[in-house]
Design a protein around this ligand. Structure first.
Ligand SMILES: O=C(O)CCC(=O)C(=O)O
Length: 280
């Protein structure tokens, strides 16, 4: 179901830096996405390059995620259901409403909070430090929740209105007894009291500006909780140093508000890349 954002929702996104859209995907769509996730998670074995694994234990995980994968990139290349999800009108319309009719892909990933995962090491962060310099602010993320997920069950916390205060320095702290360092935002104390930890239902979508401070929560349940990450940017938001190494980098997804097919996207990316190279 494509949602047309109201002026009030667009205003809230501009002011708060995020929107929560309820029931965007139906039960049957979520069931298909969960099946596709189980398929690719069963193939991701510990040590595979570019894949994140639960740092706390090497014990087997649950049925859908036996190897305790926590992070998987470029899932649109691993399963056609995730390519279709990246092009879903329900997601692309949101970004056309926010950024205009020509939208490119930027990232297509899955974040999995494994059973009993203490995710505090993941830490408060902004995504923008990994992306800048960009030529404008028209870059944002949609998380599609495949399960009920909240403050202690693998949801996402965020700090409303933290997105236009700049790109903050990132730090990494050693915590005694932890297998990995804890990621932090330097200066976060000034924001902590404003943090919110919403409850999400399966099929809900969180849309947030890539400069917004946020965190992936711990999961104190016995089942893996899966969120799909789709980052998009406007065609006129230029990755000035070509830093984006994800598969959807510069991949046209909509043009003039129309969703492109896999073939159209790839042909147009080649054409636009050739044009950019000619212009230098
Ligand atoms: O999975 C989440 O809840 C948040 C994901 C996240 O923080 C990220 O990918 O940057």
């Amino acid at each position: 179901m494509a949602i047309i954002l109201t002026e009030s929702q667009k205003g809230r996104f501009a002011t708060d830096g995020y929107l929560i859209l309820r029931g965007v995907f139906s039960g049957s769509e979520i069931a298909e996405l969960r099946d596709a996730a189980a398929e690719i998670l069963s193939r991701a074995t510990r040590g595979a390059p570019g894949v994140g694994f639960d740092p706390w234990t090497k014990q087997p995980g649950d049925e859908v995620n036996p190897n305790r994968v926590t992070y998987l990139n470029d899932i649109f290349l691993m399963h056609e259901r995730f390519d279709a999800h990246m092009r879903a009108r329900a997601l692309t319309q949101i970004f056309c409403d926010l950024y205009g009719p020509d939208i490119n892909g930027f990232q297509s990933a899955a974040v999995i909070k494994t059973p009993q995962l203490n995710n505090d090491f993941h830490g408060w962060h902004q995504d923008a430090p990994d992306y800048v310099p960009l030529s404008n602010f028209k870059n944002g993320c949609a998380i599609t929740y495949l399960h009920e997920m909240g403050p202690c069950t693998g949801g996402t916390s965020l700090v409303p209105r933290s997105h236009r205060d700049g790109v903050f320095e990132r730090g990494y702290e050693t915590v005694e007894g932890w297998p990995v360092k804890k990621r932090v935002i330097v200066g976060f104390e000034a924001y902590e009291a404003r943090a919110a930890a919403p409850e999400f239902n399966s099929g809900d979508v969180l849309v947030f500006d890539s400069w917004l401070m946020h965190r992936a929560n711990s999961n104190y349940t016995d089942e893996s909780k899966i969120g799909l990450i789709n980052v998009y940017q406007a065609k006129d938001c230029i990755d000035l140093k070509n830093r984006n190494a994800f598969g959807p980098a510069n991949l046209p997804i909509t043009r003039s508000g129309t969703v492109l097919s896999v073939e159209e996207s790839s042909r147009l990316r080649d054409e636009e890349t050739a044009e950019r190279n000619v212009r230098g």
